[in-house]
Design a protein around this ligand. Sequence first.
Ligand code: ZN
Length: 354
Amino acid sequence: MSTLQILDGHNDTLTNIFPTQDGRRDESKSIIDRHGKGHIDLVRADRGGLCAGFFAIFIPGGAMDRRMITANDGTHVEAGCSDPVPYDIARLKCDSVLDRMESMLEQHGDRIRLVRSVDELRGSIDDGAMAMILHHEGVEMFDESLDDLEKDYARGLRSLGPVWSRSNAFAHGVPFAFPCTPDIGPGLTGAGRELVRRCNELGIMLDVSHLNYRGFMDIADLTDAPVVATHCGAHAVCASSRNLLDDQFDVIRDSGGLVGVNFHVGFLRPDGATDPETPLDVIADHLDYMVDRMGIEHVALGSDFDGATMPTPLGDCAGLPGIVEVLRTRGWTDDALHAMALGNWLRVLGDTWH
Ligand code: ZN
C-alpha cells in the first residue's frame, strides 16, 4: 500500500531551524536532514508521506507565566499567559526568518518549494518536492497601518492567524487553561476587523487557532472565505481552552471550512495532561468526533510538529502512517482518508486564495 500524501496544517519548523532567540531549541539549521532532532526534515517527511504543510513564522516573546483570569461566564481559572512582542522587534525578527528562509529555498529549491497558489501546490506535490505554505502565527510583525501585510504577501505569505495565545493590536488570544472554556475576553479590535477585510481582498487564509471565542465569531461574521482552524482539537473530548466548542464546529462546517486536529498531547487527552504516553487512538477520537459533528469534508491534520509535545507512538512526521492505520481499523475508507489528508485542504485553499 502506498503512503498516503498528507498536507499538514501547522508546524513550527522555521522557528526551530531559524531561531530568533539565543540558545532557543535545535539549531541544526537544515530542513534536509536534522539527524533525528525536532519533528520534521525532508528525510523523515518522505517516510511519513508529508508532502506539504503550513510553515509558521512565530515570534517568541517573554516567558509564559500563570495568572488568574476571568472567563466571560464569570468563572475564574489559572491560565498560562504571555505578553505580546513590540512591533519593531517582531518586524526585525520576522524579516530575519524570511531572509534565511529565502536563502534555504534558493539552495534547496528542487526539494522544498514555497507555494503561492493551488496550481503551485499541486505541481510541487506532483514533482515530489515539499510544498511550503507560509503562515504568520500572530501578527505582531504588522502595525495597524498594515503596510507590511502586502510586503509579506509579495514574499509568499498566504495564511495568517491574527494572534498567538496572547493579546495584540488586532485580537485577543486564548490563554492556556484546563479545564476551561475558550470564551475568554473580547472580540477583534478595529484594526483586527480591518485585517480581516484586507486578507479577504488579497486572498490570504485566516486561521482562527489561538483566538478566543468572541474573536472567532467576529471573523466568522466578517470573512467571505471559509473559516479554518489549522491546529485545534474538540473541546468535548479534551476541555482545553485551545480546543473548539460544538457551535464553533457548526460555524466552520457552514462556512465550508475545516479543522486540522492538533497532536499536542495536552490538547488531545481527556485529562489534559502533558503526558507523551498517549495512544494514537486519542487523535482518532478527535477526528471521529469532528466527523460526526461536521462531516468528513471538514477535517484535516494540524500536527503542531516542532512546537508541541507529540505522543510517543507517533514520534515525529515519519510516524504519520501510524495515524492512518488507526483510522483504517476504525473503518475509514480510502476516500475519507484522502479527503482528510489532502483533498479538503485543496478545496478550502481553492476557495480562499485568488
Ligand atoms: Zn500554535
